[in-house]
Every structure is written in structure tokens, then in C-alpha cells.
Write a protein that binds this ligand. Structure first.
Ligand SMILES: [Zn+2]
Length: 323
């Protein structure tokens, strides 16, 4: 790794992560531009610490059009009293703040998808510098990280928490247990189409526990999906022993238990080769058999042409779609 990648961060923090108590601070990321020659992006970061228990990191707003994470995490840090916890939580409610403020998936400043920017660069653009700070200053401190996503403007999911099938089985087992503890309607063993540069991979490569979620989507949040996020972050505090008590089971709340689901391989994704209007033929939660039609593409420039039909590559349950 050369120095430009691994060298000291150019991001400064007003939070002392070693200090006890609740601290609302900010990262200052240099951003010299036409309107502000000596300017910076100020990115809120919160540390709540008491005692020597585990260190848990929560991130939301990794993509700027996914709202459950920022909403639940801002509520959590306002409500939590340091005396209630044994350990530390470090929370970045809006990891890609410029994207969150613009309501876009990627940063409007540099066009970077934060979840493809890891391990970041000390001398990169704003998003790369944020990733680099997390990689070198935050991840080494933590035992586990929960990154809260939803589908954004372009996707919609049946709400799930997820872990990855990892070669290191003890690490995977911890991630699986934490994913179940989150208490979403679905706990998914997830296969990525493109894991390079993800925060997920950065945490997993350090053999730490990583939990992700996809809690809905469509560029909005619902009472249902926010309630899942609110309960999930509290459940993880209990799961990791930062607060007393056990995670609240879904059954105890009168909800159906978490369904365990697996993606066997990338064949579970169905990607269109055609350009046109997408008509979905099955709804989320539909059970489909391999070969069953699940969508078709119409061609608005050629109305006489029959649509191209897309069929399920696997038998299973549909839990995600384009929006
Ligand atoms: Zn996302």
C-alpha cells in the first residue's frame, strides 16, 4: 500500500474517541471550491462511551436516498444516556452527508458511490477522504459495525438484515448471530454482485462483525421500515452486551418470527439486457419456480414489438425489485 493510500488522514475530528460521555462532534473534510477556497465538509459523528465494553459502530446515509438509517440513528444518539451503556457506540448518521442533503445515491460533489470507495484515499476527493478516515481511524477501534441501507430511489426490498457467506467461519457465525438479533422480518445470507470497495468488505477483511440491512426503498421511509430500524439498533446494543437485557424478539412484539433466507449464488439476481419499460409480473414476497415469468420489458419506440419476458433463474421468494 503506498503512502497516498495509507498515510495520515487529512480529515480532522472534534471528537476524542477515548473520552467517556456523550459527544456530538464533526469531521472536517477539506473541500476547496469556487464558493469557499478554504472550505470543508462538516460531517457529524457521535461517540457515546462508558466503561470497557464492546465498541459498536453504526452508519446510515452511506447512500443519500436511504432514510431509515439516518432517522433511527439520530433518534438513538439523542435518546441514549452514557450511563445506560457499558462500552462505546460511534455513530455516523449520514456517512455520505452531501448525498443525504441532496437526496441522491452518490455524492453530488464528486460523483462517488461511498459504498465503492473503501479503503479510500487520503488524497482523494471528499468521499474518498471520508472512507479513508473510517478505514484507518474508526474501523480499527470497533468490534462490530452495522451499516443501515434501504433500496434508495431505484430499488425496493422486502425489509431484511444481512450478513455474507465468509471463508472465516467463526467471523461469519458472529455476523449471522448479530443479523438474527437485529430482528428484521428477514435475515438473509447475502451474495454481492460487486463487493470491491464496499464498507462491508473493509470491516470483514479485519475479521470484525458486519451487519447490513435493506429496509425498503423507493426513495422514502415508512412507519413500518423506520420501526424495524429503531428496534434493530436497540437489539444490537443488547446483543453485544452494551445494554442490559436480551434483544426483543419479534414474537414478543406480536410479530411473525424472522425468516432465515439464503442466496445460493449470483444467479439469484436477474438483470435486464434490454432497454425499455419494465413491467413486473410478480409482487415482492411472491414464491416463484425456476423458469417462471417474473417481468417483461416493453419497447416504447417499437409498440408493434412483443415484450421480452424475463424468467426466474432459481426457485424461491422474490424480495427485491427495481423501483
Ligand atoms: Zn444503500
Amino acid at each position: 500500500m503506498n503512502d497516498s493510500v495509507a498515510g495520515e488522514s487529512r480529515v480532522s475530528s472534534t471528537v476524542d474517541f477515548a473520552a467517556n460521555g456523550k459527544h456530538f462532534g464533526r469531521l472536517s473534510i477539506p473541500h476547496s471550491r469556487d464558493e469557499s477556497g478554504w472550505g470543508a465538509v462538516h460531517l457529524p459523528i457521535v461517540s457515546i462511551r462508558n466503561g470497557d465494553g464492546p465498541v459498536l459502530v453504526f452508519t446510515g446515509g452511506n447512500h443519500g436516498d436511504e432514510y431509515e438509517g439516518p432517522i433511527a440513528l439520530m433518534k438513538l444518539v439523542r435518546a441514549l444516556d452514557p450511563a445506560e451503556i457499558n462500552g462505546q457506540i460511534i455513530v455516523v448518521p449520514a456517512l455520505n452527508l452531501p448525498a443525504v442533503m441532496a437526496g441522491t445515491r452518490v455524492s453530488p460533489i464528486d460523483g462517488v458511490n461511498m459504498n465503492r470507495a473503501f479503503p479510500g484515499r487520503r488524497d482523494g476527493g471528499v468521499s474518498q477522504m471520508i472512507a479513508h478516515f473510517l478505514q484507518h481511524k474508526v474501523l480499527p477501534r470497533c468490534d462490530a459495525l452495522c451499516d443501515i441501507h434501504s433500496g434508495g430511489k431505484s430499488m425496493y426490498f422486502s425489509p431484511f438484515a444481512a450478513y455474507h457467506n465468509l471463508p472465516n467461519k467463526p467471523v461469519m457465525e458472529k455476523a449471522r448471530a448479530a443479523t438474527l438479533a437485529f430482528g428484521a422480518p428477514i435475515a438473509l445470507e447475502l451474495v454481492e454482485l460487486d463487493a470491491e470497495g464496499m464498507l462491508d468488505s473493509a470491516v470483514e477483511e479485519m475479521d470484525k462483525t458486519f451487519v447490513s440491512t435493506e429496509l425498503g426503498g423507493g426513495g422514502t421511509a415508512t412507519t413500518h421500515t423506520v420501526a424495524i430500524a429503531d428496534a434493530g439498533v436497540r437489539n444490537l446494543l443488547a446483543h453485544f452486551g452494551l445494554v442490559d437485557g436480551k434483544p426483543a424478539t419479534r414474537e414478543s412484539l406480536g410479530l411473525p418470527p424472522t425468516r432465515m433466507m439464503h442466496m445460493l449464488d449470483p444467479g439469484c439476481f436477474l438483470i435486464s439486457d434490454d432497454r425499455g419499460i419494465f413491467e413486473i409480473l410478480v409482487d415482492l414476497e411472491a414464491k416463484v419456480a425456476e423458469g417462471e415469468p417474473i417481468g417483461q420489458i416493453h419497447f416504447p419506440e417499437r409498440p408493434e414489438r412483443e415484450p421480452v419476458v424475463y424468467r426466474a433463474g432459481k426457485s424461491g421468494t422474490v424480495i427485491g425489485r427495481t423501483h
